[in-house]
Write a protein that binds this ligand. Structure first.
Ligand SMILES: Nc1ncnc2c1ncn2[C@@H]1O[C@H](COP(=O)(O)OP(=O)(O)OP(=O)(O)O)[C@@H](O)[C@H]1O
Ligand SMILES: [Mg+2]
Length: 413
């Protein structure tokens, strides 16, 4: 058997005649599934709604303690999910309609209500309110999910932006790595080529220089091989940070090495190389390969930008404040005035493409413009500084200074 639950109704009506009419209409309809409770003012109606859950409220808008729309609005605060049917006189239909706009489910005109109409209105009102409440709940749920999803998306966006930044950083590091290593690869090749040209012009009487050239070429070929192995390891590990491989170095040994490696080009160009060393230079902590690269590069620049027969001077002096000063001077063309502020920028390109010839050491041949930028990078990795002085038409001096004692920050690298 179908079980029908009893619906509790609340009637708020101060006029006993009107209240009786409602009670009679319900009785007439013969629907005894309703249980009607009757109160006569707003205060009692509100108190009832606060304590009991009603299936529906039948509400007269004109009560002793409240009049008009206010009555509905007040009662609604006590039963925000309860369906309301507003009871109104013939003249108040407009007011009743406003109550419907504000959330009442229906209105009935007093005296025109028979039992069947009333029961139907009650059932419809209950049904509509339930549907509206479901829609509201669904909407709220949907909004909550949209909000959650929006937050998730914002979170995912932030994560993506972060990954993007990391990828960009990796890309920057890789680009810088390629730039530096291609330059580093070039250095031993330059030395080997120099030694080969020495061997080509070799005088059989001087087996000494022949042996020396072979020795240097072999040493540089080995360093080239080591460099390639290091590059492969770095790219396998995906760790593109340039690190210093420090040791205590005798600056004289470094300069002698540069002089012997640059010598074939100096000889070819009929230039003179002078080495000025202060006696008893201190051992200095540095990455030998990198500072050798810097000094050799400055010397090769001097060779390129000094006419045949010119003089190149490499000097090392201890400086006040326990620093070491390296200088490479030449009697060449000097830096052009407008270039001086830019030559340490990478791919410095004021050069005329007709004069561009990488790896070529004839007078005035410019390369790709990386050498000085990388020299600056290597010197700064040692916490040193590099600068130049130019005497246009007469020559130039590029100097760099290394701190004798690395700071703790540099040590931690
Ligand atoms: N000793 C020098 N005298 C005059 N100009 C120089 C000297 N050294 C460098 N320059 C100028 O500075 C520019 C930049 O030098 P850098 O060593 O960076 O590049 P590069 O020698 O042209 O090419 P790369 O070194 O990449 O093969 C040179 O092209 C040249 O114009
Ligand atoms: Mg150069």
């Amino acid at each position: 058997m179908l079980e029908v639950s009893v619906l509790k109704l609340l009637l708020v009506e101060d006029n006993p005649g009107d209240a009786r009419l409602i009670e009679e209409a319900l009785a007439d309809a013969g629907d005894d599934n309703f249980e009607l409770e009757h109160v006569e003012d707003l205060a009692s109606g509100g108190a009832c709604l606060d304590s009991v859950e009603y299936a529906l409220v039948l509400l007269d808008l004109d009560l002793p303690d409240s009049v008009g729309l206010e009555t509905f609005q007040q009662m609604r605060t006590h039963g925000p999910k309860t369906p309301f049917i507003v009871l109104t006189g013939l003249n108040d239909e407009g007011l009743a309609l406003k109550a419907v706009q504000l959330g009442a489910q229906d209105y009935l005109i007093k005296g025109e209500t028979d039992g069947h109409l009333l029961v139907r209105a009650i059932h419809y009102a209950i049904e509509r309110e339930q549907t509206q409440q479901k829609i509201k709940a669904l909407n709220a749920d949907l909004e909550r999910r949209v909000e959650e999803r929006t937050q998730e998306l914002a979170e995912a966006n932030r994560a993506l932006a972060h990954i993007n930044e990391e990828l960009r950083e990796l890309d920057r590091m890789k680009t810088s790595f390629i730039r530096v290593t291609s330059h580093e690869l070039n250095t031993p090749v330059t030395v080997i080529l120099g030694m080969l040209s020495l061997l080509e012009q070799h005088d059989p009487e001087q087996s000494n220089s022949w042996e020396r050239a072979l020795k240097v070429a072999r040493r540089r070929a080995t360093s080239l091989k080591d460099l390639v192995t290091r590059i492969l390891k770095i790219s396998q590990a995906g760790e593109y940070i340039q690190r210093l491989d420090r040791a205590d170095i005798n600056p004289e040994k470094l300069v002698r090495r540069v002089a012997s490696e640059a010598m074939p080009y100096i000889t070819l160009r009929g230039q003179t190389l002078e080495v000025e060393l202060t006696k008893e230079l201190p051992l200095v902590s540095m990455d030998f390969a990198k500072i050798l690269d810097v000094l050799l590069h400055l010397t090769m620049n001097a060779v390129k930008f000094t006419p045949d027969g010119g003089t190149i001077t490499i000097s090392v002096t201890p400086r006040d404040g326990a620093a070491l000063l390296f200088a490479v001077s030449d009697t060449g063309v000097g830096f052009q005035k407008e270039d001086v502020g830019h030559v340490f920028e990478e791919f410095f390109s004021s050069f005329d493409s007709e004069h561009h010839s990488s790896g070529d050491y004839e007078f005035g041949k410019r390369g790709i413009g990386l050498g000085l930028a990388i020299a600056k990078e290597f010197v700064e990795m040692h916490e040193g500084r590099i600068w130049l002085e130019s005497r246009p038409g007469k020559g130039s001096t590029v100097q760099f200074e290394l701190p004798a004692e690395p700071t703790e920050a540099a040590e931690a690298e």
